[in-house]
Design a protein around this ligand. Structure first.
Ligand code: SF4
Ligand code: F3S
Length: 106
């Protein structure tokens, strides 16, 4: 499956959800995750993310391997999102900021 990684936190552009053919994106307060049991590896979402936060499970950036389990865990309790919504007003300021995991809201 594909995995949403750290740079989505506090950016949350949601362009990704519109292209997913199986509606497997789930929404939290400031982050999205992919349900690994539903993702069919179609690859469509990867280029849609303006901040490059989506990767194949086998290719997540070094140090972000924990996001594989985090997507699986959070997708079980967060609701599905299928329609794009406006990102946070300060999303642009958070693109590429290091160590954003500490800001993840559940
Ligand atoms: Fe959805 Fe395809 Fe992305 Fe998987 S790879 S989350 S099926 S758009
Ligand atoms: Fe996050 Fe990128 Fe989607 S910022 S919400 S993975 S478009």
């Amino acid at each position: 499956p594909f995995v949403v990684t750290e740079n989505c936190i506090k950016c949350k552009h949601t362009d990704c959800v519109e292209v997913c053919p199986v509606d497997c994106f789930h929404e939290g307060p400031n982050f999205l995750v992919i349900d690994p049991d539903e993702c069919i590896d179609c690859t469509l979402c990867e280029p849609e993310c303006p901040v490059g936060a989506i990767f194949p499970e086998d290719d997540v950036p070094a140090g972000q391997e924990g996001f594989v389990a985090l997507n699986a865990e959070l997708s079980r309790s967060w609701p599905v999102l299928t329609v794009r919504k406006d990102p946070p007003e300060d999303a642009g300021q958070w693109d590429g900021v290091a160590d954003k995991l500490q800001y993840l809201e559940r």
